[in-house]
Design a protein around this ligand. Structure first.
Ligand SMILES: [Fe+2]
Length: 209
């Protein structure tokens, strides 16, 4: 089923994607990330093709997903229902093409993007789940990136600075800026967004080849 209805992204199958994105816009606006706010608004206005996933994806095999979805609370509760529904409609990928010790350390999906529910040439957006007790080693990419933490916690390194990753926090990585995420007893669930050079290079620090 393909929908070509401009500005009409809500239907039972489309899991209220525009409402979900509008909630993200509000959070970015509150945190004064004007450019991303405008980028997402542009996406909502410009987008006229919706490609709902035909099959339900089995998500039971992702150990921490159910827990992380149910753990969305506080200010982030506004995302709980959307995220739970979307998580059933997106294609989940397990971390591969990463250093051996890190394989299976996280899962990601695309909501906006080539393998997502909605295509876009300018932006990619999806869900990110990092398992507990995982060190996502320092890496960087040419795309500019944002994360919005929905549930769980961890430690986040950007360049030489460390931050607490807690729900509601936004992390912003400039193109080429190194970042590393460490979880301990809790998994971490968030929304990631790529903009700029979304087809650009991606590398692990110290393994630039
Ligand atoms: Fe990244």
């Amino acid at each position: 089923m393909i929908f070509h209805v401009k500005n009409k992204m809500i239907s039972s199958r489309e899991i209220q994607l525009s409402s979900f994105i509008n909630e993200i816009i509000k959070v970015f606006s509150m945190h004064h990330h004007k450019e991303m706010e405008e980028e997402l608004k542009f996406f909502l206005n410009d987008n006229d093709a919706i490609l709902p996933s035909e099959e339900m994806i089995r998500i039971d095999f992702i150990p921490d997903l159910k827990y992380s979805l149910e753990n969305i609370k506080g200010d982030m509760i506004r995302f709980a229902d959307y995220t739970a529904k979307i998580s059933e409609h997106v294609q989940w990928h397990v971390a591969d093409k990463v250093p051996e010790f890190f394989e299976g350390g996280y899962y990601f999906s695309e909501i906006i993007g080539d393998s997502g529910l909605v295509p876009s040439k300018n932006i990619r957006m999806g869900l990110y789940l990092q398992n507990q007790n995982v060190d996502y080693p320092s890496h960087a990419h040419e795309a500019e990136e944002f994360y919005l933490i929905l549930s769980g916690n961890g430690s986040w390194q950007i360049g030489d600075s460390w931050f607490d990753a807690i729900p509601g926090r936004i992390f912003h990585h400039q193109p080429g800026e190194s970042h590393r995420m460490i979880t301990e007893s809790e998994p971490l669930l968030g929304i990631w967004i790529w903009t700029g050079l979304i087809e650009g290079r991606y590398w692990f620090i110290g393994h630039e080849d």
